[in-house]
Design a protein around this ligand. Structure first.
Ligand SMILES: [Zn+2]
Length: 301
């Protein structure tokens, strides 16, 4: 099934649900960054969460950045997701591998660590991003994002994220976010019912692997609550907006002395985009041009 995002409502608009299938884009991230099993799970969960969080924003250019910084060996995760369905991301130590946890699952919590912070930056498209920070709960990412939604956004939320990685790569990835909106948030039983239903799912990837579609999963969770599935299926994908020109712009900011040093020592520069792993090469001639540009900008001041 193609990577996709589907939205729904229930309880006469009191409940908002969104589901994402991120299998292919997680596999693309795995290949681009040569991620270990546990790093694939960690990044896939965070990218799925990013797409889910971005899905309720308003302006087309809106984006969400999720930064997770824990005390585990993975060190950190950064994901950038947009309402447009694009997502990119990386982990600081992609080769970390850990034995399975006590439940026989990939030990994402152990890799991320349960001591640290989750930062969520919402850029609504007006140039004034909102940043929220919460402490990590377990490092399992789903718990941590739920904690953020409840404490920072004050929205009762049930979230399930999952990534299943086999020897052939990513077999299933994605998640579901169900939120109780302010008009219904005082309905304690509604909130509890949703939480217990999502908990009873026993994970997201088993449903995908059993061949369930997102509408069928919504039906299972919200079918008796006036479920309305929005007709649009949005395609989602791994995409990085980096270009050779942007890389040159970043090199230019290093300044004249540093550029001169690169020309003399390395006869050019090589830069790798953290987000997508693309390697860019700049020749000495191109670095020299940057120096000329810097000098003419300085003399124009
Ligand atoms: Zn890139």
């Amino acid at each position: 099934m193609a990577d996709q995002l589907i939205r729904a409502t229930a309880a006469e608009g009191g409940i908002r649900a969104v589901g994402v299938i991120a299998t292919r884009l997680t596999e693309e991230a795995r290949q681009r960054h040569q991620l270990s099993y546990v790093a694939t799970a960690a990044l896939g969960r965070t990218m799925s969460a990013g797409l889910l969080l971005a899905s309720n924003m308003k302006r087309a250019e809106s984006r969400v950045n999720i930064r997770i910084k824990g005390n585990g060996p993975l060190d950190g995760i950064l994901v950038d997701a947009g309402l447009d369905g694009t997502v990119r991301g990386y982990v600081d130590n992609p080769s970390v591998e850990l034995p399975p946890n006590s439940r026989g699952k990939l030990d994402v919590g152990g890799a991320v660590g349960n001591d640290g912070y989750l930062y969520v930056v919402r850029d609504v498209g007006y140039g004034y991003p909102y940043t929220s920070t919460v402490e990590l709960v377990s490092g399992e990412i789903g718990d941590d994002i739920s904690h953020y939604l409840v404490t920072s956004e004050q929205t009762p939320s049930a979230l399930v994220l999952g990534v299943f990685v086999g020897s052939e790569g990513v077999q299933a990835a994605g998640g579901i976010l169900i939120q109780v909106l302010p008009k219904a948030a005082t309905d304690e039983t509604l909130v509890q019912t949703l939480e217990s239903r999502v908990t009873a799912l026993s994970g997201f990837t088993p449903l995908l692997q059993a061949g369930k579609t997102l509408p069928e999963i919504f039906e299972q969770l919200l079918g008796d609550m006036g479920l309305e599935i929005l007709p649009e299926t949005q395609l989602v994908r791994f995409h990085c907006g980096c270009t050779f020109d942007r890389m040159l712009g970043a090199l230019k900011m290093l300044g004249e002395a540093e550029l001169q040093d690169m020309i003399e020592k390395d006869d050019g520069a090589e830069a790798t985009c953290h987000f997508c792993g693309t390697v860019y090469q700049a020749s000495s001639a191109q670095l020299n041009q940057l120096i000329v540009d810097l000098q003419s900008e300085a003399s124009a001041k």
